[in-house]
Design a protein. Structure first.
Length: 207
């Protein structure tokens, strides 16, 4: 799959991965983050919310996933993390439906990493319901259960909400992180992105 949107990282930035250790420091608007025109409501007002916008079909998201997963595991209880798939084309919209279907069947934690691997390591063409269902069955799932979840009204509603949220938060590249519904995190490489997220979380905690 190809992303018609702006690439998140240049080849040079990717080579720099790991060159910078995360550091919590004062943030500069326009450089370390963009301030969204308005703050968007959080799922839990009592927690500091971090949202990742991503797609299973995005190569950068695949590279970022293990780093982000490790970062999330280290977060304290006052940080709430959630993921929102983007739906920029038909193939990615189906991958977003796959994400929500796995969430509905209770298989997301078990198969999340495997979806990335299937697309980027095994080069499987998981573009439509048929190919996704066949893959799901090979992972030990039930085809009827998957079909019901993939085509459920709740799945389609979440898909629409994801699209609306992405537009509202001005997401034009992935992976992208938004803190507290108002800070769109910037960074020249993955380490900088996470370091700036740490700093914005720390700043939000003090408010």
């Amino acid at each position: 799959m190809q992303n018609n949107r702006r690439s998140f990282l240049s080849a040079t930035a990717l080579l720099a991965l790991g060159a910078l250790a995360p550091q919590v420091r004062a943030q500069t608007q326009g450089k370390d983050y963009l301030l969204l025109p308005q703050q968007h409501p959080k799922d839990d007002p009592k927690k500091i919310e971090v949202i990742e916008f991503f797609s299973y079909g995005c190569g950068h998201c695949n590279d970022f996933h293990p780093l982000l997963k490790a970062w999330v595991a280290k977060q304290p209880a006052d940080v709430a993390f959630r993921r929102v798939p983007v739906v920029w084309n038909a193939a990615w919209a189906n991958l977003a439906r796959l994400f929500y279907a796995l969430e509905a069947t209770g298989d997301l934690a078990r198969l999340d990493d495997q979806v990335f691997a299937a697309l980027h390591a095994q080069r499987l063409r998981l573009y439509d319901e048929k190919s996704m269902s066949e893959w799901y069955v090979k992972q030990g799932g039930d085809a009827r259960k998957f079909s019901d979840a993939f085509n459920a009204f709740t799945t389609m509603s979440k898909l629409k909400q994801a699209e609306q949220l992405g537009k509202a938060m001005r997401i034009d590249s992935v992976p992208a992180l938004v803190v507290e519904g108002k800070y769109l995190v910037q960074g020249g490489n993955f380490q900088q992105l996470l370091a700036n997220t740490d700093a914005l979380v720390a700043t939000s905690r003090k408010k």
